[in-house]
Design a binder for this molecule. Structure first.
Ligand code: ADE
Ligand code: ZN
Length: 338
């Protein structure tokens, strides 16, 4: 079997996905029309040409504008369902997805409307598509900590339906330490802790995330490569880094995919995974975040197996389920490896 088909078929988990970032222009137009909301684009083609970013902030401005058409429970259901259908067809068995409540509550959409639409779709995804899922509530770091604390309190009504919390949006100038209190409260609520760090921001933000916040997983974390002591610590603590190759390319975190550090990170034994981040904006879902790297960085069969196993091993699944999914990978490898 060729390497591309091998990567496409291997069972895998996605651990870094923003539901709002899976909003395809076609669905955006459909929902805008039924909600009678104007969008600043004349056609789907025009939307796609606007998806040309020089940095994280240019992307975020467009991402928040796109999310503005989501108003009703059904909209959040349709958004989530469309994502699950896509990944079910890519042999993704488990997902841990982010949603950004403040993006919606700040526009006057009720927290309950957002989360209930998402949860209904996730439940249907387990039943009808056999994709298991956990939901992560992400705080927006460009807003203040009090706003995050208000969001945490809304989330507490759904304590058992949320697996963890995250921190996303504009990284530079908004270090994890700004959110120490809300993370401590989130831990007390029994939630896992994730934090975007070291995407555009410096390696110091990754140190803060592990030492001060005590995160269970780092989202991105590319900049750890600037600091050998930090690499050592991440390996020693077996902290997962959810890497997003196509996102890094489109947001110019790397100059070119051929310069992507994923293979270097694997060779250092960092617990890295490959994920799509915001697939509707960055040109590819899970499988393209494997296959598009095969040629540019020389990803091998062993690398692909390691990435797939890491995706379950650094998930928040219980150990028996992790073992079962890794067994599924072994079965696949026995049949399909060269
Ligand atoms: N929100 C959605 N995608 C993001 C990213 N790549 N970095 C920070 N915040 C985000
Ligand atoms: Zn992200």
């Amino acid at each position: 079997m060729d390497l591309k088909r091998f990567a496409e078929g291997i069972p895998k988990a996605e651990l870094h996905l923003h539901l709002e970032g899976s909003f395809e222009p076609e669905l955006m137009f459909e929902i805008a029309a039924r909600n009678k909301v104007d969008i600043p684009y004349a056609s789907i083609e025009e939307v796609k040409t606007a998806y040309n970013f020089n940095n994280l902030q240019e992307f975020l401005d467009i991402y928040y504008a796109g999310a503005g058409v989501l108003l009703k429970k059904r909209d959040f259901y349709d958004l989530t369902w469309a994502y699950l259908e896509k990944v079910a067809a890519e042999n993704v068995k488990h997902v841990e997805v982010f949603f950004d409540p403040q993006t919606h509550t700040h526009r006057g959409v009720e927290f309950d409307v957002v989360i209930e639409g998402i949860l209904d779709a996730l439940k249907d995804g387990e039943k009808k598509l056999e994709v298991s899922s956990y939901l992560i509530m992400s705080y927006l770091r460009h807003l203040d900590e009090d706003d995050a604390i208000r969001t945490l309190k809304q989330g507490l009504a759904y304590r058992d339906e949320i697996i963890g919390v995250g921190l996303d949006s504009s990284e530079k100038g908004n270090p994890p330490s700004k959110f120490a209190e809300v993370f401590s409260m989130s831990k007390e609520a029994g939630w896992k802790l994730c934090c975007h760090a070291g995407e555009e921001g410096p390696s110091e933000y990754i140190w803060e995330a592990i030492d001060l916040i005590g995160v269970d997983r780092i989202d991105h974390g590319n900049r750890c490569l600037d600091d050998p002591k930090l690499i050592e610590r991440l390996i020693e603590m077996e902290i997962g880094l959810t890497i997003c190759p196509l996102s890094n390319d489109k947001l110019q975190v790397v100059d070119d995919l051929s310069e992507h550090p994923l293979k270097t990170m694997l060779s250092k034994n960092l617990k890295v995974t490959s994920n799509s981040d915001d697939p509707a904006y960055f040109g590819g879902y899970m499988n393209r975040n494997f296959t598009d790297l095969i040629e540019p960085i020389g990803l091998t069969e062993d690398d692909i197996i390691r990435l797939a196993k890491n995706s379950f091993e650094t998930s928040f699944l219980p150990v028996n389920k992790i073992a079962a999914y890794c067994g599924m990978i072994d079965d696949y490898v026995n049949v399909h490896a060269t």
